[in-house]
Design a protein around this ligand. Structure first.
Ligand code: C2O
Ligand code: CU
Length: 476
């Protein structure tokens, strides 16, 4: 294994009820023939020029597969119909991350559908109810398939116009941030099953791409205000993103609007999204930067914004908020159903015992079966739900991390509100579908369980998910 690819221009990363109606009501007529979403091997120029192209797995709508997958774009309330065609050598399934979707279309194989074998197809057909920045990715052997490239952006546009209005942006850019572990020939290091990586912070890469390109330049036009739709599709890397030479205001998290707030750094855990409005603040011909702190206190420029004209004058006090969703039920905390999620395991801490596949075993025995993490004392708990909630009930979920690592906990089919006031990575009152929980931290969230079906809850560090950090809850 090699980590010696000298891959950056400017530094090297360290190795290291009303709703229910809107969900089910066809907003537009069913298309006669669904468009294709093909999962297929291809190659991509991920490493900087001069290195060979990388063999990847990719999505294609027409033509060759690309990394990230093609941007799918609809308006809120519109129907998405896609026929997944599996041209991979493994079974696969597509999950539409963050969409409050019909359970049967959630793509969480094998919980909500059978995996789609090589050569076979599956028709996805669902309504995307809420505007925002989302993504789609493989949900079958995700720790391998997403690491090989099976992820793409899914943008749901507002029905109320925002772009071009007073104080809004004049242009938007979708920026898919990914982290690849490449060898000196720019091929993927195929250590997807590494238990060492799985029991630590996950399989971290050594090359960060923005829209599949290492360290691109994204020129800003004179006086321009741009909405960045940032998506972290890495399987493991938490990305602290800052904005050199730019003013930045956060306007949405995981698709859901927030009251615009100035930010120096946006912390993006795996699967998290942030919409940020930037104004060029530096002089003409100066350069803005998207900077990533790889954890050593330094910063790597993962994309540059050459400023091609006069900077924006003034402050960002006038940034226009995004239109509210309006249809997300508010949790009723008077008498919620209280649930807990205890995270244990991993390197340094482990656990004395946990249950896997009906057997209660010690840490070493479980590790020999590839399990190093547990939720509520159960590793890979797919046999029975973690909890059941009657439809419409508010669930208050208290998530305690007793491990030595951060985890990015994702709930399918729902968005939740952050209730903790002292969380280190999350902010009280924000609405998210994926939340970072730091070591020794308890994060409390609340949501209305209004979407019937079986919904996965797991760590989105996909190596952690695979090695135990997964379960599901039932809404009926
Ligand atoms: Cu983005 Cu269960 O996944
Ligand atoms: Cu984790």
């Amino acid at each position: 294994m090699t980590f010696s690819l000298p891959m950056t221009r400017r530094g090297v990363l360290a190795g290291g009820a009303a709703l229910a109606a809107s969900l089910t009501r066809p907003a537009t007529a069913r298309a006669a023939t669904p468009s294709i979403l093909r999962a297929v091997p291809s190659t991509a120029q991920l490493a900087p020029d001069g290195y060979p192209a990388t063999p990847v797995w990719s999505y294609a709508t027409d033509g060759a597969g690309i990394v990230p997958g093609p941007e799918l774009r609809v308006k809120a309330g519109d129907r998405i119909t896609r026929r997944l065609v599996n041209d991979l050598p493994q079974s696969t399934a597509v999950h539409w991350h963050g969409i409050r979707i019909d359970n049967a279309m959630d793509g969480a194989a094998p919980l909500t559908q059978a995996p789609v074998p090589p050569g076979k197809t599956f028709d996805y057909d669902f309504v995307a109810p809420d505007p925002g920045t989302y993504w789609y990715h493989s949900h079958d052997r995700g720790y391998e398939q997403v690491a090989r490239g099976l992820a793409g952006p899914l943008i749901v546009e507002d029905r109320t116009p925002w772009l071009g209005e007073d104080g809004a942006a004049t242009r938007e850019m979708t920026l898919v941030l990914d982290d690849w572990l490449l060898n000196a020939d720019a091929a993927l290091v195929e250590n997807f099953d590494s238990l060492h990586a799985a029991s630590h912070a996950g399989r971290l890469g050594n090359t960060v791409t923005v829209n599949g390109t290492a360290y691109p330049d994204l020129p800003l036009r004179p006086g321009e205000r741009v909405r960045l739709r940032l998506i972290n599709t890495a399987t493991a890397r938490v990305m602290p993103i800052s904005f050199g030479g730019l003013r930045a205001r956060l306007i949405a998290l995981d698709g859901h609007p927030v009251a615009p707030r100035a930010v120096d750094t946006v912390l993006l855990g795996p699967a998290q999204r942030a919409d940020v409005v930037i104004d060029a603040a530096s002089a003409q011909d100066a350069r803005g930067s998207l900077l990533l702190d790889p954890g050593n206190g330094g910063a790597v420029e993962v994309a540059g914004f050459p400023n091609q004209g006069d900077p924006m004058a003034g402050t960002q006090d006038d940034v226009r908020p995004l239109p509210a969703w309006g249809n997300l039920p508010t949790p009723d905390l008077a008498d919620p159903q209280r649930e807990t999620l205890l995270m244990e395991g991993g390197a340094m801490r482990g656990f004395s015992e946990a249950t896997y596949d009906g057997e209660t075993l010690g840490f070493r025995e479980l590790a020999s079966r590839g399990m190093v993490w547990a939720f509520n004392g159960i590793a890979h708990g797919m046999d029975a739900p973690m909890f059941r909630a009657p439809r419409g009930r508010t669930v208050h979920l208290s998530m305690t991390n007793r491990t030595a690592f951060a985890h990015a906990i994702h709930l399918h089919g729902h968005h939740f509100r952050i209730e903790s006031k002292t969380a280190t990575a999350e902010t009280h009152g924000d609405i998210r579908d994926t939340a970072l929980v730091g070591p020794d931290e308890t994060l409390e969230v609340a949501f209305v369980a209004d979407n019937p079906g079986r919904w996965m809850i797991h760590c989105h560090m996909l190596e952690h998910q695979q090695s135990g950090m997964m379960g599901w809850f039932d809404v009926a």
